[in-house]
Design a protein around this ligand. Structure first.
Ligand code: GLY
Length: 189
């Protein structure tokens, strides 16, 4: 919130504010349900989902089941601004991110790998809702533009390829500058 407010106060757009705001959380290895440091799927791979929406023109972009990129919200913004599409998933999202110059990196921290090993050995609950959360952010800038962003690593230990609500516009988020905006957390199913 502090980062997004600083972006707004600098005169930048609501889209820029929500992107930069949630990137702080995506890049924080201590947060185990979003971005780098997120708990992995059942195969030990961190798969990320993210979306972003501009409330002025209702343009939106999203990625799902994307591995290897710390800030999926930034890839989602590229989908919104530089393609005619809304949602790109899996290997296509990876190729798209690479084509836009995003750098690949490992997302599985030592702590998340250890948690995954414990889960496989039955030392952690099988309940996939454990440690689950999501970040959603909605901003209103001084020109009256609203934007929203939502980003998550999804449910820990999920079946590879599982996608929840976060990258689905109208489910994980929605915003319209004339009306308002919302973002959802919780179990996407
Ligand atoms: N709400 C995020 C998810 O279920 O993946």
């Amino acid at each position: 919130n502090a980062k997004a407010m600083a972006v707004l106060k600098s005169g930048s757009s609501a889209v820029e504010a929500v992107q930069q705001g949630v990137m702080i959380v995506e890049s924080d290895p201590k947060i185990t349900s979003v971005g780098y440091g997120g708990l992995p799927n059942a195969s030990g791979v961190v798969e990320l989902d993210a979306s972003i929406m501009d409330g002025n023109d209702l343009e939106c972009g999203a990625v799902a089941a994307l591995s290897g990129f710390e800030n999926p919200v930034s890839v989602a913004r590229k989908v919104m601004e530089e393609t005619p599409h809304v949602l790109i998933v899996g290997s296509g999202a990876r190729e798209f991110a690479l084509s836009k110059g995003f750098q690949e990196r490992g997302l599985l921290t030592d702590a998340a790998r250890e948690a995954w090993h414990k889960w496989r050995e039955g030392e952690r609950k099988k309940d996939q809702t454990e440690d689950h959360d999501t970040i959603g952010m909605v901003a209103l800038d001084s020109r009256g533009q609203m934007a929203a962003a939502c980003t998550t690593s999804g449910l820990a230990w999920k079946i590879p390829g599982r996608v929840g609500d976060s990258p689905l516009v109208g489910h994980g988020l929605y915003c319209d500058s004339k009306v308002g905006g919302a973002a959802a957390t919780g179990i996407g199913e």
